[in-house]
Design a protein. Structure first.
Length: 324
């Protein structure tokens, strides 16, 4: 049965969806279709096409002719994912912004449930939900961010510190709807943070204003060879992690440095962050016992994903991300 469509009311903030696209034409009907099938429609869906050479523009133009709130912004040359999403931010008009990947999709009820959350605490930094992840190469599926709270509601910066130490703090950017003002104040998607620009945006705003959270999995993240989060050069990754530390130690983020340190959220980067902190004494305040413990567990987890056979990987993922 098709979902009844509900228009966003004047009581709800304006919502813009921004989707960067480069040669993901084969995914667009699925990802945009999932947005168009939502019971609550956003005010606008902006797709920034980054000079695709496949059939993306043909597909997008066809969708735009049928849906007036779908707008296509064309880059004359390929600029990369982060410039594309930041351009979408600049041309968008919403008070709230959802940055959707062309190769991922949202589940029915995502926007409606998220907008109801915003009515509870309109000064939060962002809203987010649990998420299902799928690795196309191995066929593995697992849940992420399923156990931060038992029911929908607001989590304060102090709650986030507690969850960080419990290894339960995980903001999935693929299900995050950002409030425009905190996002602008934190620098949007900072280009030199590369793959971790969304991670930094999520946590730098969350530790200032708190978040809204729903434990139901309303997004599906597809990991494949052409994903933006694919292969990373090890030296470049070290450089990006160092830039994160430099930003957190700068005056612009002095207001959240302590809560970031106390949460030990940097431990998600495993042994890489520990080695980096050991080499840079100026960032030693972040090298806490909590961070060492969480980084160790994360390193064991990552090693297991690499060396274990697929049946054992499924078992490990079920234990780690069961949401219990």
């Amino acid at each position: 049965m098709a979902q009844a469509r509900i228009q966003i009311t004047e009581q709800w903030p304006r919502l813009s969806v921004v989707m960067p696209n480069y040669n993901h034409g084969r995914y667009l009907s699925r990802s945009i279709g999932a947005l168009l099938a939502q019971s609550v429609q956003p005010d606008e869906i902006i797709v920034v096409d980054d000079a695709s050479s496949d059939d993306s523009l043909e597909i997008l133009d066809g969708l735009a002719r049928r849906h007036a709130h779908l707008k296509v912004v064309r880059n004359a040359r390929n600029c990369g994912v982060l410039p594309a999403v930041n351009r979408g931010f600049q041309v968008s008009t919403g008070d709230l912004l959802f940055f959707s990947s062309a190769d991922d999709e949202v589940r029915p009820g995502f926007i409606e449930s998220s907008m109801k959350l915003w009515a509870l605490r309109p000064d939060a930094a962002l809203s987010c939900t649990a998420s299902e992840w799928h690795d196309e190469a191995s066929g593995l599926n697992w849940m992420m961010a399923a156990d931060m709270a038992a029911r929908p509601g607001y989590l304060s910066p102090q709650d986030l510190v507690r969850l960080g130490r419990q290894r339960k703090l995980l903001i999935v950017a693929h299900s995050a709807i950002f409030r425009r003002e905190p996002m602008a104040a934190s620098g949007q998607f900072i280009a030199d943070l590369r793959w971790h620009s969304d991670w930094f945006l999520c946590y730098s705003t969350a530790f200032r204003h708190g978040i809204l959270y729903h434990p139901e999995a309303f997004s599906l993240v597809n990991m494949h060879a052409t994903s933006y989060y694919g292969g990373r050069d090890a030296l470049e990754h070290q450089r990006v992690l160092l830039r994160i530390l430099e930003y957190l130690s700068s005056p612009a983020y002095a207001d959240i440095a302590k809560v970031v340190r106390d949460s030990a959220i940097l431990g998600v980067f495993g042994s890489d962050i520990v080695k980096l902190l050991q080499r840079h004494p100026e960032h030693h305040p972040f090298l806490t016992p909590w961070l060492r413990l969480i980084a160790l567990r994360r390193s064991i987890e990552l090693t297991g994903k690499k060396i274990l056979p697929t049946p054992l990987k499924r078992l490990v993922l079920a234990i780690l991300y069961s949401g219990k």
